[in-house]
Design a protein around this ligand. Structure first.
Ligand SMILES: [Zn+2]
Ligand SMILES: [Zn+2]
Length: 351
């Protein structure tokens, strides 16, 4: 297979050719038809994840290189290993599939409990092993293949990252009573996918908070019941006064956004952080018991959640994001555009 690879952190991607192994066990080979370009690809390309001003950056090991990037992979099943049908009877050669990229080691307790996205020895496609900026993708386990049905091209691939992250965060608010309000802070790409899940599945007011007027407008157009500007001090007051905000998701992960979410939540409510903006907040410890508050984090999502999300999307209940195709050969330009903040919606590279 041929792919666009990081050969040195921060240097332009280069085309490399990798010998395709003969398929063993439940392995699968997918002919890539599209691969989304994600903001985390910019960080992988740079070789480090910024954790904010108060914490050291997470450096990626140089031993990973050369690495074909791309974890938002969609394609057609080209071949299946001898045990693939046993592991995943739902797909056969020729099917259009999305590829769940957050593949674990399949040997640790996290993988055994169905949380391979949290596996410490994960084999993430495009993050640890070769991914989808390529003509073909070698997938270690056939269970990672999820049927796309008639979704528009690229939608399944993109669903595996921003879509899944938003969906899984929303699911962490399960158990909130009918009619209670939920608050979504930060309506960028992931926030809008969380909103799409909430609009489909939450029975109650959905409040969007964003300092950008454009983002508030986009949220209202996509089904938020109201939109507030968190930089307006009256906004928090009004949310506290209504007293029914039972769940909040911070899609930014900055001190101001998390402070807003915690401030707005009612007693006994749940707050989850998804965004990785960075920083720290002073949190008086007694406020946790006093508010009987759950404060947690959410990181991408599980294979089961990815399957559920794809089922909702195939049924038309959860809408796919806005996408734009670009040739794979333009991978470098695509990354630079994303780095420069010039991209609206998701870019999907096509080989
Ligand atoms: Zn991504
Ligand atoms: Zn594992």
């Amino acid at each position: 297979m041929k792919g666009q690879a990081v050969t040195a952190f921060g240097k332009p991607l280069a085309e490399i050719t990798v010998e395709l192994p003969a398929l063993k066990g439940s392995e699968a080979l997918v002919r890539v038809t599209g691969c989304g370009v994600c903001h985390s690809d910019v960080h992988i390309h740079d070789g480090k994840f910024d954790m904010g001003k108060d914490a050291p950056a997470v450096e990626l090991p140089v031993q990973l290189l050369p690495l074909i990037m791309g974890h938002e992979i969609e394609g057609v099943v080209e071949a299946l290993g001898p045990d693939a049908a046993k592991q995943n009877p739902k797909v056969k050669v020729g099917d259009r599939v999305a590829v769940f990229p957050w593949i674990g080691c399949h040997a640790c307790p996290a993988c055994a409990r169905g949380e391979q996205h949290l596996c410490a020895n994960n084999r993430g496609l495009g993050t640890r092993i070769h991914g989808g900026y390529a003509d073909y993708c070698h997938v270690p386990v056939a269970e990672a293949l999820i049927p796309c049905g008639n979704l528009p091209p690229g939608a399944g691939g993109v669903a595996m990252c921003s879509g899944l992250t938003g969906y899984s965060a929303f699911r962490k608010l399960d158990g909130i009573e009918k009619g209670a309000a939920i608050l979504l802070v930060g309506l960028g790409g992931v926030g809008l996918s969380g909103l799409a899940a909430a609009v489909a599945l939450h029975d109650g007011p959905i409040i969007a908070a964003d300092v950008s007027e454009g983002a508030r407008k986009a949220a209202l157009e996509r089904g938020a019941t109201e939109a507030v500007d968190p930089s307006d001090p009256k906004a928090l007051e009004a949310l506290v006064a209504r007293g029914d905000v039972a769940g909040a998701i911070d899609f930014v992960g900055a001190p101001a956004t998390l402070g807003f979410a915690i401030g707005a939540i009612r007693r006994g409510g749940k707050v989850f952080v998804v965004g990785l903006y960075g920083g720290a907040i002073p949190l008086p410890i007694p406020s946790l018991p006093f508010k009987a508050m759950v404060l947690g984090g959410s990181y991408v999502g599980s294979l089961d959640e990815a399957r559920d999300l794809m089922a909702y999307m195939r049924e038309g209940k959860i809408a796919p994001p806005m996408m734009r195709e670009r040739p794979l050969a333009e991978a470098n330009d695509a990354l630079n555009d994303l780095r420069g903040g010039k991209v609206v919606g998701r870019m999907v590279l096509t080989p």
